[in-house]
Design a protein around this ligand. Structure first.
Ligand SMILES: NC(=O)c1ccc[n+]([C@@H]2O[C@H](COP(=O)([O-])OP(=O)(O)OC[C@H]3O[C@@H](n4cnc5c(N)ncnc54)[C@H](OP(=O)(O)O)[C@@H]3O)[C@@H](O)[C@H]2O)c1
Length: 332
Protein backbone atom coordinates (compact mmCIF):
# COMPACT_ATOMS: atom_id res chain seq x y z
CA UNK A 1 0.00 0.00 0.00
CA UNK A 2 1.32 3.43 -0.88
CA UNK A 3 1.51 6.45 1.41
CA UNK A 4 -1.58 8.02 2.88
CA UNK A 5 -2.45 11.68 3.07
CA UNK A 6 -3.74 13.20 6.29
CA UNK A 7 -4.99 16.61 5.22
CA UNK A 8 -1.87 16.99 3.05
CA UNK A 9 0.57 15.37 5.51
CA UNK A 10 2.04 12.23 3.88
CA UNK A 11 2.72 9.14 5.97
CA UNK A 12 3.04 5.36 5.71
CA UNK A 13 -0.33 3.59 6.17
CA UNK A 14 0.53 2.12 9.59
CA UNK A 15 2.14 4.39 12.16
CA UNK A 16 3.55 3.63 15.61
CA UNK A 17 2.06 4.61 18.96
CA UNK A 18 4.79 5.05 21.56
CA UNK A 19 2.62 5.27 24.70
CA UNK A 20 3.20 1.61 25.66
CA UNK A 21 6.94 2.32 25.92
CA UNK A 22 6.53 4.28 29.15
CA UNK A 23 6.29 2.56 32.54
CA UNK A 24 2.85 2.25 34.12
CA UNK A 25 1.00 1.61 30.85
CA UNK A 26 0.55 -1.94 29.53
CA UNK A 27 3.19 -4.01 31.28
CA UNK A 28 6.87 -3.90 32.04
CA UNK A 29 9.33 -2.02 29.90
CA UNK A 30 12.58 -0.13 30.13
CA UNK A 31 14.26 2.59 28.13
CA UNK A 32 16.58 0.34 26.11
CA UNK A 33 13.63 -1.81 25.14
CA UNK A 34 11.70 1.33 24.22
CA UNK A 35 14.44 2.69 21.97
CA UNK A 36 14.79 -0.73 20.31
CA UNK A 37 11.04 -0.77 19.67
CA UNK A 38 11.18 2.68 18.08
CA UNK A 39 14.05 1.58 15.84
CA UNK A 40 12.10 -1.56 14.93
CA UNK A 41 9.10 0.58 13.97
CA UNK A 42 11.16 2.85 11.73
CA UNK A 43 13.00 -0.13 10.20
CA UNK A 44 9.66 -1.83 9.47
CA UNK A 45 8.53 1.23 7.53
CA UNK A 46 6.37 3.15 10.00
CA UNK A 47 6.94 6.85 9.43
CA UNK A 48 4.53 8.44 11.92
CA UNK A 49 5.60 8.21 15.55
CA UNK A 50 2.86 9.22 17.98
CA UNK A 51 3.73 10.42 21.46
CA UNK A 52 2.51 12.99 24.03
CA UNK A 53 3.97 15.15 26.75
CA UNK A 54 1.71 13.31 29.21
CA UNK A 55 2.96 9.76 28.53
CA UNK A 56 5.21 8.77 31.41
CA UNK A 57 6.57 11.19 33.99
CA UNK A 58 8.35 14.41 33.01
CA UNK A 59 8.08 13.96 29.25
CA UNK A 60 9.52 10.44 29.46
CA UNK A 61 7.90 9.18 26.26
CA UNK A 62 8.90 12.17 24.15
CA UNK A 63 12.45 11.89 25.47
CA UNK A 64 12.57 8.24 24.38
CA UNK A 65 11.50 9.26 20.89
CA UNK A 66 14.26 11.86 20.99
CA UNK A 67 16.79 9.31 22.19
CA UNK A 68 15.87 7.02 19.30
CA UNK A 69 16.86 9.84 16.94
CA UNK A 70 13.44 9.88 15.28
CA UNK A 71 13.23 13.67 15.24
CA UNK A 72 16.37 13.99 13.14
CA UNK A 73 15.05 11.93 10.22
CA UNK A 74 13.38 13.82 7.38
CA UNK A 75 10.97 11.03 6.43
CA UNK A 76 9.66 10.68 9.99
CA UNK A 77 6.50 12.47 11.09
CA UNK A 78 6.71 13.36 14.78
CA UNK A 79 3.25 13.75 16.27
CA UNK A 80 2.81 14.85 19.86
CA UNK A 81 0.09 16.23 22.12
CA UNK A 82 -0.21 18.70 24.98
CA UNK A 83 -2.45 19.62 27.87
CA UNK A 84 -1.69 16.97 30.52
CA UNK A 85 1.47 18.38 32.03
CA UNK A 86 -0.03 21.23 33.94
CA UNK A 87 2.50 23.95 34.88
CA UNK A 88 2.98 24.96 38.50
CA UNK A 89 0.41 27.56 39.46
CA UNK A 90 -1.96 26.68 36.59
CA UNK A 91 -5.44 25.31 37.29
CA UNK A 92 -6.30 21.67 36.62
CA UNK A 93 -9.53 21.43 34.62
CA UNK A 94 -11.63 18.28 34.82
CA UNK A 95 -12.34 16.37 31.60
CA UNK A 96 -14.90 13.58 32.27
CA UNK A 97 -14.05 10.15 30.79
CA UNK A 98 -15.69 6.73 30.59
CA UNK A 99 -12.82 4.80 32.20
CA UNK A 100 -13.23 3.89 35.87
CA UNK A 101 -11.20 6.84 37.25
CA UNK A 102 -13.93 9.10 35.84
CA UNK A 103 -11.98 12.20 34.87
CA UNK A 104 -8.66 13.52 33.64
CA UNK A 105 -7.01 16.82 34.59
CA UNK A 106 -6.06 19.05 31.67
CA UNK A 107 -5.13 22.63 30.93
CA UNK A 108 -5.12 23.94 27.36
CA UNK A 109 -5.25 27.66 28.10
CA UNK A 110 -3.62 29.54 25.20
CA UNK A 111 -1.10 31.29 27.45
CA UNK A 112 0.57 27.94 28.25
CA UNK A 113 0.62 26.43 24.76
CA UNK A 114 3.91 27.89 23.53
CA UNK A 115 5.63 26.70 26.71
CA UNK A 116 4.21 23.21 26.22
CA UNK A 117 5.55 23.12 22.66
CA UNK A 118 8.99 24.41 23.63
CA UNK A 119 9.28 21.74 26.33
CA UNK A 120 8.19 19.03 23.87
CA UNK A 121 10.76 20.22 21.32
CA UNK A 122 13.46 19.95 23.98
CA UNK A 123 12.26 16.47 25.01
CA UNK A 124 12.14 15.30 21.40
CA UNK A 125 15.48 16.83 20.44
CA UNK A 126 14.06 18.47 17.35
CA UNK A 127 13.26 21.99 16.18
CA UNK A 128 9.81 21.39 14.70
CA UNK A 129 6.80 19.25 15.61
CA UNK A 130 5.21 17.83 12.45
CA UNK A 131 1.75 17.30 13.91
CA UNK A 132 0.67 18.95 17.18
CA UNK A 133 -2.56 18.11 18.98
CA UNK A 134 -4.37 19.40 22.05
CA UNK A 135 -4.72 16.00 23.76
CA UNK A 136 -8.27 16.78 24.94
CA UNK A 137 -10.43 19.86 24.46
CA UNK A 138 -10.23 21.82 27.74
CA UNK A 139 -13.82 22.21 29.02
CA UNK A 140 -12.86 25.53 30.67
CA UNK A 141 -11.43 27.12 27.52
CA UNK A 142 -13.20 28.03 24.25
CA UNK A 143 -11.79 25.41 21.87
CA UNK A 144 -11.14 28.02 19.17
CA UNK A 145 -8.76 29.79 21.59
CA UNK A 146 -6.66 26.67 22.15
CA UNK A 147 -6.61 26.03 18.40
CA UNK A 148 -5.62 29.66 17.76
CA UNK A 149 -2.61 29.19 20.02
CA UNK A 150 -1.47 26.22 17.91
CA UNK A 151 -2.05 28.28 14.75
CA UNK A 152 0.36 30.85 16.24
CA UNK A 153 2.97 28.08 16.62
CA UNK A 154 2.51 27.13 12.96
CA UNK A 155 3.05 30.79 12.02
CA UNK A 156 6.17 30.85 14.21
CA UNK A 157 7.57 27.71 12.52
CA UNK A 158 7.54 25.52 15.65
CA UNK A 159 4.75 23.29 14.33
CA UNK A 160 3.97 22.10 10.79
CA UNK A 161 0.39 20.80 11.06
CA UNK A 162 -2.53 21.12 13.48
CA UNK A 163 -4.14 17.93 14.78
CA UNK A 164 -7.09 17.39 17.11
CA UNK A 165 -7.57 14.54 19.54
CA UNK A 166 -10.73 13.26 21.25
CA UNK A 167 -13.05 15.84 19.68
CA UNK A 168 -16.63 15.88 18.47
CA UNK A 169 -17.69 16.72 14.91
CA UNK A 170 -18.75 20.17 16.14
CA UNK A 171 -15.34 20.83 17.68
CA UNK A 172 -13.64 19.70 14.46
CA UNK A 173 -15.73 22.13 12.41
CA UNK A 174 -15.10 25.00 14.83
CA UNK A 175 -11.35 24.36 14.83
CA UNK A 176 -11.12 23.98 11.06
CA UNK A 177 -12.69 27.43 10.68
CA UNK A 178 -9.78 28.86 12.72
CA UNK A 179 -6.95 26.92 11.05
CA UNK A 180 -6.87 23.94 8.64
CA UNK A 181 -6.81 20.66 10.55
CA UNK A 182 -4.61 17.90 9.09
CA UNK A 183 -5.81 15.00 11.23
CA UNK A 184 -8.21 14.00 13.96
CA UNK A 185 -7.01 11.35 16.38
CA UNK A 186 -9.85 9.23 17.69
CA UNK A 187 -10.44 5.87 19.36
CA UNK A 188 -11.37 3.50 16.55
CA UNK A 189 -11.04 -0.24 16.22
CA UNK A 190 -13.05 -3.37 15.57
CA UNK A 191 -14.46 -3.17 19.08
CA UNK A 192 -14.85 0.61 19.36
CA UNK A 193 -16.71 2.14 16.40
CA UNK A 194 -15.79 5.61 15.22
CA UNK A 195 -18.33 8.39 15.85
CA UNK A 196 -20.18 8.52 12.49
CA UNK A 197 -20.68 12.30 12.69
CA UNK A 198 -16.97 12.83 13.27
CA UNK A 199 -16.11 10.55 10.33
CA UNK A 200 -18.55 12.40 8.06
CA UNK A 201 -17.18 15.80 9.08
CA UNK A 202 -13.57 14.69 8.55
CA UNK A 203 -14.42 13.37 5.07
CA UNK A 204 -16.28 16.55 4.15
CA UNK A 205 -13.42 18.80 5.31
CA UNK A 206 -10.60 16.67 3.86
CA UNK A 207 -9.19 15.91 7.33
CA UNK A 208 -7.31 12.65 7.93
CA UNK A 209 -8.08 10.16 10.70
CA UNK A 210 -5.54 8.70 13.10
CA UNK A 211 -7.01 5.65 14.84
CA UNK A 212 -5.79 5.28 18.43
CA UNK A 213 -5.83 1.92 20.23
CA UNK A 214 -6.40 0.29 16.82
CA UNK A 215 -5.72 -3.11 18.40
CA UNK A 216 -8.18 -2.34 21.18
CA UNK A 217 -5.30 -1.90 23.61
CA UNK A 218 -4.02 -5.35 22.58
CA UNK A 219 -7.32 -7.24 23.01
CA UNK A 220 -7.86 -7.64 19.27
CA UNK A 221 -4.58 -9.56 18.92
CA UNK A 222 -6.28 -12.37 20.87
CA UNK A 223 -3.34 -12.60 23.26
CA UNK A 224 -4.59 -10.71 26.33
CA UNK A 225 -5.73 -13.31 28.87
CA UNK A 226 -4.98 -11.52 32.13
CA UNK A 227 -3.48 -8.24 33.27
CA UNK A 228 -0.76 -7.42 35.80
CA UNK A 229 -1.67 -5.56 38.98
CA UNK A 230 -0.34 -2.23 37.73
CA UNK A 231 -1.64 -2.48 34.16
CA UNK A 232 -3.47 0.70 33.15
CA UNK A 233 -6.09 -1.32 31.24
CA UNK A 234 -7.59 -2.39 34.58
CA UNK A 235 -9.35 1.00 34.46
CA UNK A 236 -11.17 -0.01 31.27
CA UNK A 237 -14.33 -1.97 32.15
CA UNK A 238 -13.94 -4.25 29.11
CA UNK A 239 -10.69 -5.62 30.52
CA UNK A 240 -11.99 -5.86 34.06
CA UNK A 241 -12.79 -9.06 35.98
CA UNK A 242 -14.94 -11.58 34.14
CA UNK A 243 -15.47 -9.21 31.18
CA UNK A 244 -12.09 -10.05 29.70
CA UNK A 245 -12.82 -13.78 29.47
CA UNK A 246 -16.35 -13.12 28.19
CA UNK A 247 -14.97 -10.81 25.53
CA UNK A 248 -12.30 -13.28 24.44
CA UNK A 249 -15.04 -15.92 24.02
CA UNK A 250 -17.26 -13.55 22.04
CA UNK A 251 -14.37 -12.52 19.81
CA UNK A 252 -13.70 -16.13 18.65
CA UNK A 253 -15.50 -15.77 15.27
CA UNK A 254 -13.21 -12.91 14.27
CA UNK A 255 -10.12 -14.86 15.31
CA UNK A 256 -11.53 -17.62 13.10
CA UNK A 257 -11.77 -15.31 10.08
CA UNK A 258 -8.16 -14.25 10.61
CA UNK A 259 -7.03 -17.89 10.75
CA UNK A 260 -8.93 -18.68 7.54
CA UNK A 261 -7.10 -15.84 5.80
CA UNK A 262 -3.67 -16.81 7.15
CA UNK A 263 -3.47 -13.58 9.16
CA UNK A 264 -3.02 -12.95 12.83
CA UNK A 265 -6.09 -11.45 14.54
CA UNK A 266 -4.17 -8.20 15.04
CA UNK A 267 -3.33 -7.98 11.35
CA UNK A 268 -6.97 -8.52 10.48
CA UNK A 269 -7.97 -5.70 12.86
CA UNK A 270 -5.45 -3.29 11.31
CA UNK A 271 -6.21 -4.28 7.71
CA UNK A 272 -9.94 -3.89 8.39
CA UNK A 273 -9.31 -0.34 9.68
CA UNK A 274 -7.19 0.53 6.64
CA UNK A 275 -10.10 -0.54 4.42
CA UNK A 276 -12.61 1.75 6.20
CA UNK A 277 -11.27 4.95 4.66
CA UNK A 278 -8.32 5.87 2.45
CA UNK A 279 -7.38 8.63 4.88
CA UNK A 280 -7.15 6.55 8.07
CA UNK A 281 -3.79 5.73 9.66
CA UNK A 282 -3.78 3.34 12.65
CA UNK A 283 -1.04 3.82 15.24
CA UNK A 284 -0.60 0.44 17.00
CA UNK A 285 1.80 0.37 19.92
CA UNK A 286 4.15 -2.43 20.94
CA UNK A 287 7.34 -3.08 22.92
CA UNK A 288 8.15 -6.14 20.81
CA UNK A 289 9.98 -6.00 17.44
CA UNK A 290 8.26 -9.14 16.09
CA UNK A 291 4.84 -7.64 16.90
CA UNK A 292 5.86 -4.35 15.30
CA UNK A 293 6.89 -6.08 12.06
CA UNK A 294 3.65 -8.06 12.08
CA UNK A 295 1.56 -4.92 12.58
CA UNK A 296 3.33 -2.87 9.93
CA UNK A 297 2.92 -5.73 7.42
CA UNK A 298 -0.86 -5.33 7.74
CA UNK A 299 -0.47 -2.40 5.32
CA UNK A 300 0.09 -4.95 2.56
CA UNK A 301 -3.08 -6.97 3.23
CA UNK A 302 -5.96 -6.68 0.77
CA UNK A 303 -9.43 -7.67 1.96
CA UNK A 304 -11.95 -8.15 -0.84
CA UNK A 305 -15.62 -7.17 -0.64
CA UNK A 306 -16.76 -10.68 0.34
CA UNK A 307 -14.28 -10.84 3.21
CA UNK A 308 -15.18 -7.34 4.39
CA UNK A 309 -18.84 -8.40 4.35
CA UNK A 310 -18.04 -11.49 6.40
CA UNK A 311 -16.11 -9.38 8.92
CA UNK A 312 -18.93 -6.86 9.20
CA UNK A 313 -21.44 -9.64 9.82
CA UNK A 314 -19.25 -11.04 12.60
CA UNK A 315 -18.73 -7.57 14.08
CA UNK A 316 -22.48 -6.95 14.11
CA UNK A 317 -22.84 -10.00 16.40
CA UNK A 318 -19.82 -9.14 18.56
CA UNK A 319 -21.21 -7.29 21.59
CA UNK A 320 -18.34 -6.71 24.03
CA UNK A 321 -19.13 -6.77 27.76
CA UNK A 322 -18.27 -3.54 29.60
CA UNK A 323 -17.57 -0.02 28.47
CA UNK A 324 -14.65 0.48 26.13
CA UNK A 325 -14.94 4.12 25.12
CA UNK A 326 -12.64 6.69 26.70
CA UNK A 327 -14.93 9.61 25.91
CA UNK A 328 -17.71 9.80 28.49
CA UNK A 329 -20.38 10.54 25.88
CA UNK A 330 -19.39 7.77 23.42
CA UNK A 331 -21.16 4.40 23.44
CA UNK A 332 -19.40 1.67 25.38
N1 LIG B 1 -5.32 10.43 21.86
C1 LIG B 1 -5.51 9.64 22.91
O1 LIG B 1 -6.21 10.01 23.85
C2 LIG B 1 -4.89 8.28 22.92
C3 LIG B 1 -5.32 7.33 23.87
C4 LIG B 1 -4.70 6.07 23.86
C5 LIG B 1 -3.72 5.77 22.93
N2 LIG B 1 -3.32 6.73 22.04
C6 LIG B 1 -2.26 6.45 21.05
O2 LIG B 1 -2.55 5.24 20.36
C7 LIG B 1 -1.42 4.38 20.43
C8 LIG B 1 -1.85 2.92 20.41
O3 LIG B 1 -2.82 2.67 21.40
P1 LIG B 1 -2.65 1.63 22.58
O4 LIG B 1 -1.22 1.43 22.93
O5 LIG B 1 -3.60 2.06 23.61
O6 LIG B 1 -3.27 0.28 22.03
P2 LIG B 1 -3.03 -0.71 20.82
O7 LIG B 1 -2.04 -0.23 19.87
O8 LIG B 1 -4.41 -0.99 20.36
O9 LIG B 1 -2.47 -1.99 21.61
C9 LIG B 1 -1.22 -1.99 22.22
C10 LIG B 1 -1.04 -3.32 22.94
O10 LIG B 1 -1.14 -4.38 21.99
C11 LIG B 1 -0.05 -5.29 22.15
N3 LIG B 1 0.33 -5.69 20.79
C12 LIG B 1 0.66 -4.87 19.76
N4 LIG B 1 0.91 -5.60 18.66
C13 LIG B 1 0.76 -6.89 19.00
C14 LIG B 1 0.88 -8.10 18.28
N5 LIG B 1 1.19 -8.08 16.98
N6 LIG B 1 0.66 -9.27 18.94
C15 LIG B 1 0.32 -9.28 20.25
N7 LIG B 1 0.17 -8.14 20.99
C16 LIG B 1 0.40 -6.96 20.36
C17 LIG B 1 1.04 -4.50 22.82
O11 LIG B 1 1.79 -5.39 23.62
P3 LIG B 1 3.37 -5.68 23.32
O12 LIG B 1 4.09 -4.48 23.79
O13 LIG B 1 3.62 -6.90 24.12
O14 LIG B 1 3.49 -5.93 21.84
C18 LIG B 1 0.25 -3.50 23.66
O15 LIG B 1 -0.02 -4.05 24.93
C19 LIG B 1 -0.71 4.80 21.72
O16 LIG B 1 0.62 4.42 21.71
C20 LIG B 1 -0.88 6.29 21.70
O17 LIG B 1 0.13 6.83 20.90
C21 LIG B 1 -3.90 7.96 22.01
Amino acid sequence: MSERSLGGLQTAPVGFGAMVLSPGMYGRTDDDRGVAALHAALDAGATMIDTADGYGADGHNEALVGRAGAGGRDEVVIATKFGFRIPEGAEAHSFPVGYSFGELAVNAEPKYVRGYAEQSLRNLGTDVIDLYYPHFPDPQVPFEDTVGAVADLVAAGLVRHLGLSNVTAGQLRAAHAVHPVAAVQTQWSMWQPVDPELLAAARELGVGLVAWSPLGGGFLTGTVQQLGEDDFRRHIPRFDGANLQTNNDRYAPLRGIAADLGLTPGQLALAWLLHQDEHVVPIPGSRTPAHIAENTAAAGVTLDAAVLHRIDEALALFAPAGRGALLAEADG
